[in-house]
Design a protein around this ligand. Structure first.
Ligand SMILES: [Fe+2]
Ligand SMILES: [Fe+2]
Length: 365
C-alpha cells in the first residue's frame, strides 16, 4: 500500500506523496496574493540560525522532547470516523464557501511548512534546525490532510507547484516571530473553539474534518510555544519600540480574521456559529495565551474596539465591490477609509501585562 502523508516523518516526504496525487484545480485560487489571503514568507535565515537556546533549555528541552515523540504520527488521515460527505447535495453557497475555507486553510498550513522547511535547510544550528524540521513535518501533514478532503470535492492544491511559483514576501526575523507566533496561537484558538462548539452541538458537524481538530490544534499550540521561547531568548524583542510592532501585528491579525470570517456567512451558519461570537471567543483566548510573552494585549473589551473592527469589515466589503466594478475613484476612497480606521484602531490604548517568568503553558481550552 502506498504511504500516506500522515505517516511521513519529514515535510519533503509528505509533499512528495501529496504532489504525486495529480489534481491542481485549486492551485489558481491558492496562488492569489492579496492582503487578506495567506502568503508565503522568507526571511534572514542566518539571524535565526544564530539563536542560542541554552539560556532557556529548561523549557526548551521538554518541548522538543514532546515534539520528537510525535504524538500525532499517523493521525492526519481518513479512517472509519470519516463519514461520507455529500458534496453533490451540499447547498451551492455553502459548498463554495467551504471549499474556499479549505483552500485558504491548506495554503496557510503550507505557507508555514515552506518557511519552516527552508529554515531547516539553510541553518546549521542543531537546536534551531531540529525545531523547524519538526514543525515543517506537522504543517505538511496538516496541508496534506486538507488536500485529501478537497480531493473528494474534485479540487486539490498542488503543493509542489505552489512552492515553486507562489510569490514570497520578505519579513525581518522579528516580524516573522510576531506574525508566526500569533498565527500559531490564533490557529489553536480557532480550531479548539470550533471543536468544543461541535462537541456540544454535533448536529452542526457537516463535514468529518472537524473531528480531527483537537489533535490538530495541539500541534499548533506546540509550535506557538516554540516561538514564544525563541522570543524569550532576546528580551529586546518584547520591549521598547517593539511593543508597538506587537500591537500592530495583534491588530492586523485580529482584523484580518474578522474580515475573512465575515466573507463566509453560509459556512458559519452551517456550523451554527455566529461569526461575531466566534471572533470574540477566539480573540479572548488568543489574548489570554499571548500574555505568556507579550507585555500588552489589545483592549478588545473597549466597545470602541469592536465597533471599529466592524466598520473596517464593512468598508472592506465596499472596497471589494469597487474593485469588482473597476471603479478607481471608489477604490482609492475606500482604501484610504480602511487605512484610517486601521490607524484609529491602533490608537486605542492597549492593556499592559506583566509577563511571567515561566513561559511554557499547557493547552487548556
Ligand atoms: Fe498547522
Ligand atoms: Fe503550526
Amino acid at each position: 500500500m502506498n504511504k500516506h502523508s500522515a505517516d511521513a516523518t519529514t515535510a519533503e516526504e509528505a509533499i512528495a506523496i501529496q504532489s504525486a496525487l495529480d489534481s491542481d484545480m485549486a492551485t489558481e485560487v491558492a496562488m492569489q496574493d492579496t492582503l487578506l489571503t495567506p502568503r508565503f514568507y522568507t526571511t534572514d535565515f542566518d539571524e535565526l540560525d544564530a539563536i542560542d537556546v541554552s539560556q532557556i533549555s529548561e523549557e526548551w528541552e521538554p518541548l522538543m522532547e514532546r515534539m520528537r515523540s510525535d504524538p500525532n504520527k499517523g493521525h492526519f488521515k481518513k479512517n472509519e470516523d470519516w463519514d461520507k460527505v455529500d458534496w453533490e447535495g451540499m447547498e451551492p453557497k455553502l459548498k463554495k464557501e467551504f471549499i474556499d475555507f479549505l483552500i485558504s486553510s491548506c495554503t496557510a498550513e503550507f505557507s508555514g511548512c515552506v518557511l519552516y522547511k527552508e529554515m531547516k535547510r539553510r541553518g546549521s544550528n542543531e537546536d534551531i534546525t531540529q525545531l523547524f524540521q519538526l514543525m515543517a513535518r506537522d504543517e505538511a501533514r496538516h496541508a496534506g490532510f486538507i488536500n485529501d478532503a478537497l480531493r473528494e470535492a474534485g479540487v486539490a492544491v498542488n503543493l509542489g507547484f505552489l512552492t515553486q511559483k507562489k510569490k514570497y514576501t520578505y519579513f525581518r526575523p522579528k516580524f516573522i516571530y510576531y506574525a508566526t507566533y500569533l498565527s500559531e496561537k490564533i490557529g489553536y484558538a480557532r480550531y479548539i473553539t470550533i471543536y468544543r462548539h461541535l462537541e456540544k452541538n454535533p448536529q452542526y458537524r457537516f463535514h468529518p474534518i472537524f473531528k480531527w481538530f483537537q489533535e490538530w490544534c495541539n500541534d499548533e499550540f506546540a509550535h506557538g510555544e516554540a516561538f514564544a521561547l525563541l522570543m524569550k531568548t532576546d528580551p529586546k524583542l518584547t520591549a521598547g519600540i517593539n511593543v508597538f510592532w506587537i500591537k500592530f501585528f495583534l491588530t492586523a491579525v485580529y482584523a484580518t480574521m474578522y474580515i475573512r470570517d465575515h466573507q463566509r456567512p453560509a459556512f458559519h451558519k452551517a456550523l451554527g456559529v455566529d461569526p461575531d461570537w466566534y471572533a470574540e471567543e477566539v480573540f479572548t483566548k488568543t489574548s489570554e495565551l499571548t500574555k505568556q510573552i507579550f507585555p500588552i494585549t489589545l483592549d478588545i473589551d473597549n466597545p470602541k474596539w469592536f465597533a471599529k473592527v466592524k466598520k473596517l469589515q464593512k468598508v472592506n466589503v465596499q472596497l471589494a465591490d469597487a474593485k469588482k466594478n473597476k471603479n478607481r475613484f471608489k477604490q482609492l476612497w475606500f482604501s484610504s477609509r480602511a487605512a484610517f480606521i486601521f490607524l484609529s484602531l491602533l490608537a486605542i490604548p492597549a492593556k499592559s501585562n506583566k509577563v511571567p517568568n515561566i513561559t511554557s503553558m499547557e493547552p487548556a481550552y
